[in-house]
Design a protein around this ligand. Structure first.
Ligand SMILES: *Cc1c(COP(=O)(O)O)cnc(C)c1O
Length: 377
């Protein structure tokens, strides 16, 4: 009987929700690890204390101090900033504001971040893919040919999980071909690790440019759930129509403002320097591991590597409490695992575990030569 009831509830759900595969977040995947290198978090919790105690009152919809500080940090006007519950909410707000369910489409270029497709599916909007080229640059002619009905193009730069910056000339080409046709969302979740690559200075030139940012990565605040959308005020105004009335709780605004203070920014930049040093070390050590076929250059707080036997490597480390992210199912990433840059001690444990694994059979030498880019830095 309860079975029948469950079935009828299932049948009540929207069809696209019935068919939806939820995002496999690192936390959902679980595991009993003590070295968490699967969600691109910072390894050590920063210290904050609440200064606001007015919990009887509703918060400001767009807390002014947070908006002003983020605008100053990003070098844009406060009218060009929206704060939301993580960058993930920004991804969804854009679809809700610009895409008609069952009619319009979003476009993105796999291998890339998984939430673009999940948000589109949830809302009932087509997710159209134009795979990146073998060297992970954008396939511009294919994007242009696929733009019919597309209202929103997501470009992740630097890209998750590959770690490469998308050439600014390619982003510009996408902005030119979409002028008057579609919004372009450049996902800069990791931009603090390569600030020179930001396109935030282009907002004046492109009314349809939007940029997604977050406090979850370089700011070490994934648990806070705070992200930003940068765009011209016309776009921000439309997003404000669809955002919840009180998206940012009082404690979140309090801590976000502190993280964006001059001291908070200095700490962030220290973390970036430390993560970058650890990434260089990890890359060099991975290169020497027999079980590693290719290591890909990264401008982020993670590294992607191709393994001779990735499932075995993943399981072996998992059993030792070291949790990585399997990217094997993504187009073009067979045999690839993503490793978040943790503390030096955590990375030593990764390398020690990998050194114990067997190397490639002779046959894979060919594959090594054909891999997209084997680079040291
Ligand atoms: C982590 C991540 C996000 C999500 O950031 P939140 O602010 O934690 O929601 C968005 N885009 C990319 C590419 C990410 O890696």
């Amino acid at each position: 009987m309860s079975n029948e009831k469950n079935l009828s509830v299932q049948a009540l759900a929207r069809k696209n929700v019935q068919e939806l595969t939820p995002y496999q977040s690192a936390r959902r995947l679980g595991g009993n690890g003590d070295v968490w290198l699967n969600a691109n978090e910072y390894a050590i919790a920063p210290n904050f204390e609440l200064t606001q105690q007015t919990f009887n009152r509703y918060p400001e919809c767009q807390p002014a101090r947070v908006i002003n500080r983020y605008a100053a940090y990003a070098g844009v006007d406060p009218e060009q900033v929206l704060v939301s519950r993580g960058a993930d909410e920004g991804i969804e707000l854009l679809i809700r504001a610009f895409c008609e369910p069952g009619k319009d489409a979003i476009l993105y270029c796999p291998p890339t971040y998984g939430m673009y497709s999940v948000s589109a599916e949830t809302i009932g909007v087509e997710g159209r893919t134009v795979p990146a080229k073998a060297d992970w640059s954008l396939d511009l002619p294919a994007i242009e040919a696929a733009l019919d009905g597309v209202k929103l193009v997501y470009v992740c730069s630097p890209n998750n999980p590959t770690g490469n910056i998308i050439d600014p000339d390619e982003i510009r080409a996408v902005l030119e071909m979409t002028r008057g046709r579609a919004i372009v969302a450049v996902d800069e979740a990791y931009i603090e690790f390569c600030p020179q690559a930001s396109v935030s200075g282009w907002l004046q030139e492109y009314p349809h440019l939007t940029i997604l940012r977050t406090l979850s990565k370089a700011f070490a605040l994934a648990g806070l759930r705070c992200g930003f959308t940068l765009a011209n005020s016309e776009v921000i105004g439309l997003l404000m129509k669809v955002i919840a009335p009180y998206p940012i709780s009082t404690p979140v605004a309090d801590i976000a403002a502190q993280a964006l203070s001059p001291e908070g920014l200095a700490l962030m930049r220290q973390r970036v320097a430390e993560v970058t040093e650890n990434r260089v070390w990890l890359l060099e050590e991975l290169e020497k591991c027999a079980c590693v076929e290719a290591v890909f250059a990264s401008d982020t707080n993670y590294v992607l590597a191709r393994f001779t036997a990735s499932s075995a490597a993943f399981k072996n480390l998992w059993d030792q409490g070291i949790i990585l992210r399997d990217q094997n199912k993504q187009p073009g990433l067979s045999g690839c695992l993503r490793i978040t840059i943790g503390t030096r001690e955590e990375l030593r444990r990764v390398i020690t575990a990998l050194q114990a694994l067997p190397g490639a059979a002779a046959a894979s030498i060919n594959e090594k030569q054909n891999s997209p880019r084997k680079e040291h830095m």
